[in-house]
Design a protein. Structure first.
Length: 357
C-alpha cells in the first residue's frame, strides 16, 4: 500500500513538473507572440515600415503583426490591400507606378470578414484615419459561417472599435479573460511550433528573420509593401507538380469551403462596405482566381456551388454600390493556365499583375 502511494506521489510530481516545464517553455519562447514575450515581431514591423525587406519570418501571429505595422507606420498609407494568402502577391508596382502614393498589403492567411474589420479598425483606432483606397481580396469562404475561426481575436480590440464606428455606438468596455490564449501554454501543436521555432533560432544564430535587399534568394520574403514571395520550391514549381497539387486540393475537405450551406454575414459585410463608402473610401473588390484544374473539378461538384453563388452576389452588390471589381474565381475568363499557379488556389505574380493592369 505504501509503495502504491509513493508511486502515485511520484507520478503526480513528475506530471506536474513536466507540465510546468512545458508551460514555462511555451511562455518564454512564444513563437506566435501570443503572450507578448517575443520582440521579433516588433523588430520585423519596424524593418518593413523603414522600407526594408525581410526574409525567413515564419510561424507567427500574422494579425498581431499587422497591428504592429500600423502602429509603426512612418507614412500615411493611401492604398491598402486586405485579403487572405491568395491576395498576398498584390504588390505596389501592380497597383500604381506613382512614387508619391503609399501602399501596403495587410493580407493574412485564411482571412475572414472579422479580419477586414479588425485591420481597418486598427487604422482608425491607432492612426485616426482611413486609407483613401482599400482593396479587399474576397474569397468564397468569407460568407461561409462554417469557415469562421478565432485567429482574429488577437486584435479583437480593433474589431470592437470598428463595429462601434459602423453602427455609431460606443465601444463596449469589458474585461474578458481569453481562455483560448492561456490554453496555448499546454497546447500540443503550439509546443511543437515553439520547438521548431527554437530550432530555427539556434540554426540562424538567434534570429527569427533577416533583412535582405534581394528577391532572388531561396526563402520566404516580405517586401517593404507587405507583399510576399515564396521560397523557390513554390516560386519555381514544375507544372506537373502543380497539376498534382491542384487535383489534391479538390480532394477531401476543400480549404474553408466545405460544409457551405448558405451565405452568411451578408448584413455585416454590406454595413461595413456602406460605412467605408460614407467615409469617402474608394473600394475595390478583388476576386483571386483558382487554378483552372481545381476550378473545373470544383465547379462540377454541387457541394462547391457557392463559389459561383458568391461571385454572382459580389458582382451584383458591386454594381449597386458603384464599386470596381477585379478578377474572378473562374480562371478561364483571363485565360490563365495551370503554369500560372503554385497549387490549387495560389497564383504566381503574373496572375495578379494581369488582373491589375
Amino acid at each position: 500500500m505504501k509503495q502504491d502511494i509513493k508511486w502515485i506521489k511520484y507520478s503526480l510530481t513528475s506530471t506536474f513538473f513536466i507540465i510546468l516545464v512545458i508551460t514555462i517553455f511555451n511562455y518564454r519562447v512564444d513563437s506566435l507572440g501570443i503572450f507578448g514575450n517575443s520582440s521579433y515581431l516588433l523588430d520585423g514591423a519596424k524593418a518593413l515600415t523603414n522600407g526594408k525587406m525581410i526574409a525567413g519570418l515564419r510561424n507567427y501571429d500574422e494579425r498581431a503583426f499587422q497591428a504592429l505595422i500600423i502602429k509603426n507606420l512612418k507614412v500615411k498609407n493611401d492604398i491598402i490591400a486586405i485579403g487572405s494568402s491568395r491576395s498576398l502577391q498584390i504588390r505596389k508596382r501592380f497597383v500604381t507606378h506613382k512614387k508619391d502614393i503609399n501602399f501596403f498589403n495587410h493580407s493574412v492567411t485564411g482571412a475572414i470578414l472579422n479580419d477586414y474589420i479588425s485591420i481597418i479598425g486598427a487604422y482608425e483606432s491607432i492612426k485616426g484615419y482611413l486609407p483613401s483606397t482599400i482593396i479587399l481580396g474576397i474569397d468564397p469562404w468569407i460568407f461561409n459561417k462554417n469557415s469562421e475561426h478565432n485567429k482574429w481575436q488577437s486584435i479583437s480590440e480593433y474589431y470592437n472599435f470598428e463595429i462601434a464606428k459602423i453602427y455609431n455606438k460606443k465601444p463596449k468596455s469589458r474585461v474578458k479573460i481569453n481562455t483560448t490564449k492561456w490554453k496555448q501554454l499546454i497546447n500540443y501543436d503550439y509546443t511543437l511550433a515553439n520547438i521548431n521555432f527554437f530550432k530555427t533560432l539556434l540554426k540562424n544564430g538567434g534570429k527569427a528573420f533577416y533583412i535582405t535587399n534581394r528577391i532572388d534568394i531561396d526563402d520566404t520574403i516580405k517586401e517593404s509593401d507587405g507583399s510576399r514571395h515564396y521560397e523557390y520550391k513554390r516560386r519555381y514549381i514544375k507544372e506537373d507538380r502543380v497539376k498534382r497539387e491542384a487535383i489534391k486540393y479538390t480532394q477531401g475537405k476543400v480549404y474553408l469551403i466545405s460544409n457551405y450551406n448558405k451565405l452568411s454575414n451578408i448584413k455585416l459585410f454590406e454595413d461595413f462596405i456602406k460605412y467605408l463608402k460614407s467615409r469617402g473610401v474608394n473600394i475595390i473588390f478583388y476576386l483571386p482566381p483558382y487554378n483552372p484544374i481545381s476550378y473545373d473539378i470544383l465547379s462540377k461538384n454541387r457541394k462547391y456551388r457557392y463559389i459561383d453563388i458568391v461571385e454572382k452576389y459580389l458582382k451584383k452588390f458591386a454594381k449597386e454600390m458603384n464599386i470596381e471589381l477585379k478578377g474572378s474565381y473562374n480562371p478561364h475568363i483571363y485565360n490563365f493556365k495551370n503554369r500560372d499557379f503554385a497549387d490549387g488556389m495560389h497564383s504566381h505574380d503574373e496572375v495578379v499583375k494581369k488582373i491589375f493592369e
